[in-house]
Design a protein around this ligand. Sequence first.
Ligand code: MG
Length: 337
Amino acid sequence: MELTYQPYELQLKHAFTIAKFSRTSTPVILVQISHESKTGYGEASMVPYMGESHQSAAEFLSKIDISQFSYPFDFGAIVNYLDSIATGNPAIKAALDIALHDLDGKLKNQPCWQLLGSNPALMPVTSFTIGIDTPEMVIKKVKEAEGFKVIKVKLGRDTDKELITTIRSVTDVPLYVDANQGWTDLQQSLDMTHWLHEQGVQLIEQPMLKTDPDSNAWLTERSPIPIIGDEAVQRFEDVEKARGVYTGINIKLMKSAGLYEAKRMIDKARELDLKIMIGCMTETSCAALAGLAIAPQADWVDLDGPFLVSNNPYVMPEFSDGKYILNHDPGLGLRFS
Ligand code: MG
Protein backbone atom coordinates (compact mmCIF):
# COMPACT_ATOMS: atom_id res chain seq x y z
CA MET A 1 0.00 0.00 0.00
CA GLU A 2 1.37 3.41 -0.95
CA LEU A 3 -0.04 6.85 -0.05
CA THR A 4 0.80 10.05 -1.94
CA TYR A 5 -0.89 13.43 -2.01
CA GLN A 6 -0.72 16.90 -3.57
CA PRO A 7 -2.05 20.20 -2.20
CA TYR A 8 -4.12 22.02 -4.85
CA GLU A 9 -5.98 25.33 -4.96
CA LEU A 10 -9.40 25.10 -6.58
CA GLN A 11 -10.35 28.40 -8.24
CA LEU A 12 -14.01 29.41 -8.12
CA LYS A 13 -15.67 30.74 -11.27
CA HIS A 14 -17.33 33.45 -9.14
CA ALA A 15 -16.50 34.77 -5.69
CA PHE A 16 -18.77 32.76 -3.43
CA THR A 17 -20.66 34.68 -0.75
CA ILE A 18 -22.88 33.11 1.88
CA ALA A 19 -24.42 34.61 5.01
CA LYS A 20 -21.13 34.95 6.89
CA PHE A 21 -18.23 34.51 4.43
CA SER A 22 -16.90 35.28 0.95
CA ARG A 23 -14.06 33.57 -0.93
CA THR A 24 -12.58 33.08 -4.43
CA SER A 25 -10.76 29.75 -4.05
CA THR A 26 -10.77 26.61 -1.92
CA PRO A 27 -7.70 24.63 -0.79
CA VAL A 28 -8.01 20.91 -1.55
CA ILE A 29 -5.74 17.90 -1.11
CA LEU A 30 -5.70 15.24 -3.82
CA VAL A 31 -4.85 11.83 -2.39
CA GLN A 32 -3.79 8.59 -4.10
CA ILE A 33 -3.54 5.18 -2.44
CA SER A 34 -2.06 2.32 -4.50
CA HIS A 35 -2.19 -1.43 -3.98
CA GLU A 36 -1.54 -4.32 -6.37
CA SER A 37 -1.08 -1.98 -9.38
CA LYS A 38 -4.46 -0.25 -8.77
CA THR A 39 -4.75 3.35 -7.57
CA GLY A 40 -7.62 4.86 -5.60
CA TYR A 41 -8.22 8.63 -5.74
CA GLY A 42 -9.53 10.77 -2.93
CA GLU A 43 -9.99 14.45 -2.16
CA ALA A 44 -10.25 16.72 0.85
CA SER A 45 -12.02 20.01 0.16
CA MET A 46 -11.22 22.36 3.01
CA VAL A 47 -13.54 25.33 3.03
CA PRO A 48 -12.09 27.85 5.51
CA TYR A 49 -15.03 27.93 7.95
CA MET A 50 -14.55 24.20 8.68
CA GLY A 51 -11.11 24.94 10.13
CA GLU A 52 -8.92 22.62 8.01
CA SER A 53 -6.06 23.72 5.77
CA HIS A 54 -3.22 22.36 3.61
CA GLN A 55 -1.09 22.52 6.74
CA SER A 56 -3.50 20.70 9.07
CA ALA A 57 -4.05 18.03 6.40
CA ALA A 58 -0.29 17.50 5.90
CA GLU A 59 0.17 17.24 9.67
CA PHE A 60 -2.60 14.68 9.90
CA LEU A 61 -1.23 12.63 6.99
CA SER A 62 2.25 12.62 8.54
CA LYS A 63 0.79 10.67 11.47
CA ILE A 64 -0.84 7.96 9.34
CA ASP A 65 0.53 4.43 9.56
CA ILE A 66 -0.30 3.04 6.12
CA SER A 67 -0.11 -0.54 7.38
CA GLN A 68 -3.51 0.12 9.03
CA PHE A 69 -5.08 0.05 5.53
CA SER A 70 -4.56 -3.67 4.87
CA TYR A 71 -6.75 -5.25 2.20
CA PRO A 72 -9.58 -6.31 2.35
CA PHE A 73 -10.50 -2.99 3.94
CA ASP A 74 -12.45 -2.86 7.19
CA PHE A 75 -13.82 0.65 6.68
CA GLY A 76 -15.32 0.89 10.18
CA ALA A 77 -11.98 -0.01 11.76
CA ILE A 78 -10.21 2.48 9.48
CA VAL A 79 -12.56 5.30 10.54
CA ASN A 80 -11.94 4.40 14.19
CA TYR A 81 -8.20 4.39 13.56
CA LEU A 82 -8.32 7.83 11.87
CA ASP A 83 -10.46 9.22 14.72
CA SER A 84 -7.92 7.86 17.22
CA ILE A 85 -5.16 9.93 15.58
CA ALA A 86 -7.03 13.22 16.02
CA THR A 87 -10.56 14.46 16.52
CA GLY A 88 -11.88 16.83 13.86
CA ASN A 89 -10.07 16.86 10.48
CA PRO A 90 -13.14 15.35 8.74
CA ALA A 91 -12.13 16.48 5.23
CA ILE A 92 -8.71 14.84 5.18
CA LYS A 93 -10.25 11.74 6.77
CA ALA A 94 -12.80 11.81 3.95
CA ALA A 95 -10.01 12.01 1.36
CA LEU A 96 -8.50 8.78 2.70
CA ASP A 97 -11.90 7.06 2.95
CA ILE A 98 -12.81 8.11 -0.61
CA ALA A 99 -9.46 6.91 -2.02
CA LEU A 100 -9.87 3.57 -0.23
CA HIS A 101 -13.42 3.17 -1.58
CA ASP A 102 -12.18 3.94 -5.11
CA LEU A 103 -9.35 1.44 -4.66
CA ASP A 104 -11.73 -1.15 -3.20
CA GLY A 105 -14.02 -0.84 -6.24
CA LYS A 106 -11.07 -1.17 -8.61
CA LEU A 107 -9.73 -4.24 -6.78
CA LYS A 108 -13.21 -5.82 -6.83
CA ASN A 109 -13.87 -4.60 -10.39
CA GLN A 110 -17.17 -3.01 -9.32
CA PRO A 111 -18.48 0.58 -9.24
CA CYS A 112 -18.58 2.21 -5.80
CA TRP A 113 -22.28 3.00 -6.24
CA GLN A 114 -22.97 -0.72 -6.60
CA LEU A 115 -20.87 -1.65 -3.57
CA LEU A 116 -22.77 1.00 -1.56
CA GLY A 117 -26.18 -0.33 -2.64
CA SER A 118 -27.28 2.53 -4.92
CA ASN A 119 -29.57 2.26 -7.95
CA PRO A 120 -28.42 4.79 -10.61
CA ALA A 121 -31.96 4.95 -12.04
CA LEU A 122 -33.09 6.65 -8.80
CA MET A 123 -30.62 9.57 -9.13
CA PRO A 124 -32.39 12.84 -8.17
CA VAL A 125 -31.76 16.06 -10.09
CA THR A 126 -28.97 18.15 -8.61
CA SER A 127 -29.34 21.79 -7.64
CA PHE A 128 -27.00 24.55 -8.77
CA THR A 129 -26.03 27.04 -6.07
CA ILE A 130 -26.07 30.79 -6.49
CA GLY A 131 -24.25 32.82 -3.84
CA ILE A 132 -25.27 36.24 -2.55
CA ASP A 133 -24.55 38.87 -5.21
CA THR A 134 -25.77 41.99 -6.96
CA PRO A 135 -29.03 41.65 -8.97
CA GLU A 136 -27.07 41.91 -12.26
CA MET A 137 -24.69 39.11 -11.27
CA VAL A 138 -27.54 36.97 -9.94
CA ILE A 139 -29.30 37.20 -13.30
CA LYS A 140 -26.04 36.29 -15.06
CA LYS A 141 -25.56 33.27 -12.78
CA VAL A 142 -29.16 32.11 -13.26
CA LYS A 143 -28.57 32.17 -17.01
CA GLU A 144 -25.41 30.10 -16.52
CA ALA A 145 -27.51 27.62 -14.57
CA GLU A 146 -29.60 26.75 -17.62
CA GLY A 147 -29.65 22.96 -17.77
CA PHE A 148 -30.23 22.64 -14.03
CA LYS A 149 -33.74 21.77 -12.91
CA VAL A 150 -33.32 23.31 -9.44
CA ILE A 151 -31.47 26.38 -8.22
CA LYS A 152 -30.21 26.71 -4.64
CA VAL A 153 -29.97 30.22 -3.28
CA LYS A 154 -27.85 31.39 -0.37
CA LEU A 155 -29.85 33.69 1.93
CA GLY A 156 -29.28 35.23 5.33
CA ARG A 157 -29.02 38.95 4.66
CA ASP A 158 -31.60 41.73 4.74
CA THR A 159 -31.85 41.64 0.91
CA ASP A 160 -33.18 38.06 0.84
CA LYS A 161 -36.59 38.87 -0.66
CA GLU A 162 -35.02 41.07 -3.31
CA LEU A 163 -32.67 38.24 -4.29
CA ILE A 164 -35.56 35.76 -4.68
CA THR A 165 -37.64 38.30 -6.60
CA THR A 166 -34.69 38.91 -8.94
CA ILE A 167 -34.37 35.18 -9.61
CA ARG A 168 -38.11 34.84 -10.13
CA SER A 169 -37.94 37.62 -12.74
CA VAL A 170 -35.85 35.32 -14.97
CA THR A 171 -36.76 31.71 -14.09
CA ASP A 172 -39.58 29.64 -12.58
CA VAL A 173 -37.51 26.53 -11.73
CA PRO A 174 -38.00 25.16 -8.20
CA LEU A 175 -35.68 26.71 -5.60
CA TYR A 176 -33.90 25.46 -2.49
CA VAL A 177 -32.71 28.10 -0.07
CA ASP A 178 -29.86 27.96 2.42
CA ALA A 179 -29.81 30.53 5.22
CA ASN A 180 -26.53 29.22 6.70
CA GLN A 181 -27.72 30.05 10.26
CA GLY A 182 -28.40 33.64 9.23
CA TRP A 183 -31.97 33.98 10.57
CA THR A 184 -32.51 35.20 14.12
CA ASP A 185 -36.13 36.26 14.77
CA LEU A 186 -38.63 33.39 15.10
CA GLN A 187 -41.76 35.14 13.84
CA GLN A 188 -39.92 36.83 10.94
CA SER A 189 -38.43 33.46 10.03
CA LEU A 190 -41.85 31.81 10.03
CA ASP A 191 -43.29 34.61 7.88
CA MET A 192 -40.36 34.12 5.53
CA THR A 193 -41.02 30.38 5.18
CA HIS A 194 -44.60 31.17 4.07
CA TRP A 195 -43.41 33.81 1.62
CA LEU A 196 -40.75 31.45 0.25
CA HIS A 197 -43.37 28.70 -0.10
CA GLU A 198 -45.40 31.03 -2.33
CA GLN A 199 -42.23 31.63 -4.39
CA GLY A 200 -41.84 27.91 -5.17
CA VAL A 201 -39.12 27.19 -2.63
CA GLN A 202 -39.00 23.47 -1.79
CA LEU A 203 -36.65 23.31 1.20
CA ILE A 204 -34.74 25.57 3.60
CA GLU A 205 -31.31 24.68 4.95
CA GLN A 206 -30.13 25.61 8.41
CA PRO A 207 -32.27 28.71 9.03
CA MET A 208 -31.08 29.39 12.57
CA LEU A 209 -27.95 28.82 14.63
CA LYS A 210 -26.75 25.21 14.73
CA THR A 211 -26.39 25.61 18.50
CA ASP A 212 -30.09 26.51 18.90
CA PRO A 213 -32.10 23.31 18.34
CA ASP A 214 -35.16 24.77 20.08
CA SER A 215 -35.58 27.62 17.58
CA ASN A 216 -34.95 25.33 14.61
CA ALA A 217 -37.48 22.82 16.00
CA TRP A 218 -40.06 25.59 16.54
CA LEU A 219 -39.70 26.64 12.92
CA THR A 220 -39.71 23.06 11.55
CA GLU A 221 -42.97 22.36 13.36
CA ARG A 222 -44.71 25.35 11.73
CA SER A 223 -42.97 25.77 8.36
CA PRO A 224 -44.88 24.78 5.19
CA ILE A 225 -41.49 23.81 3.69
CA PRO A 226 -39.08 21.09 4.93
CA ILE A 227 -36.27 22.43 7.15
CA ILE A 228 -32.90 20.71 6.68
CA GLY A 229 -30.11 20.64 9.24
CA ASP A 230 -26.68 21.18 7.70
CA GLU A 231 -24.14 22.89 9.98
CA ALA A 232 -25.85 21.18 12.96
CA VAL A 233 -25.29 17.72 11.47
CA GLN A 234 -21.70 16.73 10.92
CA ARG A 235 -21.11 13.08 11.78
CA PHE A 236 -23.07 9.95 12.64
CA GLU A 237 -23.74 10.85 16.26
CA ASP A 238 -25.51 14.05 15.14
CA VAL A 239 -28.22 12.20 13.17
CA GLU A 240 -30.10 11.15 16.30
CA LYS A 241 -29.98 14.76 17.61
CA ALA A 242 -31.69 15.98 14.41
CA ARG A 243 -34.84 14.03 15.16
CA GLY A 244 -37.60 16.41 16.22
CA VAL A 245 -35.48 19.42 15.25
CA TYR A 246 -35.29 19.18 11.44
CA THR A 247 -37.32 17.54 8.69
CA GLY A 248 -34.12 16.16 7.24
CA ILE A 249 -30.34 16.34 7.23
CA ASN A 250 -27.73 17.46 4.73
CA ILE A 251 -24.98 14.82 4.57
CA LYS A 252 -21.65 15.94 3.12
CA LEU A 253 -18.61 13.69 2.84
CA MET A 254 -16.33 16.51 4.01
CA LYS A 255 -18.28 16.60 7.29
CA SER A 256 -18.95 12.87 7.73
CA ALA A 257 -15.28 11.85 7.23
CA GLY A 258 -16.19 9.97 4.07
CA LEU A 259 -18.45 7.41 2.46
CA TYR A 260 -18.47 4.74 5.14
CA GLU A 261 -19.98 7.03 7.74
CA ALA A 262 -22.21 8.86 5.21
CA LYS A 263 -23.84 5.53 4.32
CA ARG A 264 -24.39 4.80 8.03
CA MET A 265 -25.95 8.27 8.39
CA ILE A 266 -28.32 7.56 5.50
CA ASP A 267 -29.45 4.29 7.06
CA LYS A 268 -29.89 5.90 10.47
CA ALA A 269 -31.81 8.86 9.03
CA ARG A 270 -34.21 6.49 7.24
CA GLU A 271 -34.74 4.60 10.49
CA LEU A 272 -35.60 7.90 12.24
CA ASP A 273 -37.87 9.04 9.38
CA LEU A 274 -35.60 11.97 8.53
CA LYS A 275 -35.32 13.15 4.92
CA ILE A 276 -31.90 13.12 3.29
CA MET A 277 -30.00 15.63 1.22
CA ILE A 278 -26.53 14.89 -0.14
CA GLY A 279 -24.50 18.09 -0.37
CA CYS A 280 -20.94 19.06 -1.14
CA MET A 281 -18.28 21.72 -0.77
CA THR A 282 -16.50 23.25 -3.78
CA GLU A 283 -14.95 20.06 -5.07
CA THR A 284 -13.40 18.42 -8.11
CA SER A 285 -15.06 15.52 -9.94
CA CYS A 286 -13.36 13.15 -7.46
CA ALA A 287 -15.25 14.05 -4.28
CA ALA A 288 -18.39 14.77 -6.32
CA LEU A 289 -18.34 11.23 -7.76
CA ALA A 290 -17.97 9.86 -4.24
CA GLY A 291 -21.08 11.81 -3.20
CA LEU A 292 -22.84 10.61 -6.34
CA ALA A 293 -22.19 6.99 -5.36
CA ILE A 294 -24.73 7.40 -2.52
CA ALA A 295 -26.85 10.21 -4.04
CA PRO A 296 -29.52 7.84 -5.47
CA GLN A 297 -30.39 7.00 -1.84
CA ALA A 298 -31.21 10.65 -1.04
CA ASP A 299 -34.35 12.75 -1.44
CA TRP A 300 -32.43 15.81 -2.64
CA VAL A 301 -29.01 16.21 -4.22
CA ASP A 302 -26.83 19.33 -4.17
CA LEU A 303 -23.60 18.17 -5.80
CA ASP A 304 -22.76 21.13 -8.01
CA GLY A 305 -19.15 21.46 -6.73
CA PRO A 306 -17.38 20.70 -10.04
CA PHE A 307 -19.63 23.19 -11.86
CA LEU A 308 -18.51 26.02 -9.56
CA VAL A 309 -14.77 25.66 -10.19
CA SER A 310 -12.61 26.67 -13.14
CA ASN A 311 -9.61 24.31 -12.74
CA ASN A 312 -11.09 20.86 -12.08
CA PRO A 313 -8.13 18.55 -12.89
CA TYR A 314 -10.44 15.67 -13.87
CA VAL A 315 -13.09 15.01 -16.52
CA MET A 316 -16.54 16.28 -15.51
CA PRO A 317 -18.96 13.49 -14.54
CA GLU A 318 -21.57 12.86 -17.22
CA PHE A 319 -24.55 15.18 -16.76
CA SER A 320 -27.80 15.36 -18.70
CA ASP A 321 -31.27 16.84 -18.17
CA GLY A 322 -30.41 18.19 -14.70
CA LYS A 323 -28.99 14.90 -13.41
CA TYR A 324 -25.62 13.23 -13.15
CA ILE A 325 -25.35 9.88 -14.89
CA LEU A 326 -23.30 7.22 -13.09
CA ASN A 327 -20.92 5.21 -15.27
CA HIS A 328 -20.09 1.53 -14.82
CA ASP A 329 -16.32 1.95 -14.38
CA PRO A 330 -14.86 0.14 -11.35
CA GLY A 331 -14.41 2.41 -8.33
CA LEU A 332 -15.67 6.01 -8.38
CA GLY A 333 -15.72 6.25 -12.17
CA LEU A 334 -13.23 9.13 -12.13
CA ARG A 335 -11.85 9.81 -15.60
CA PHE A 336 -8.74 11.65 -16.83
CA SER A 337 -8.44 13.76 -19.94
MG1 MG B 1 -25.90 24.39 3.65
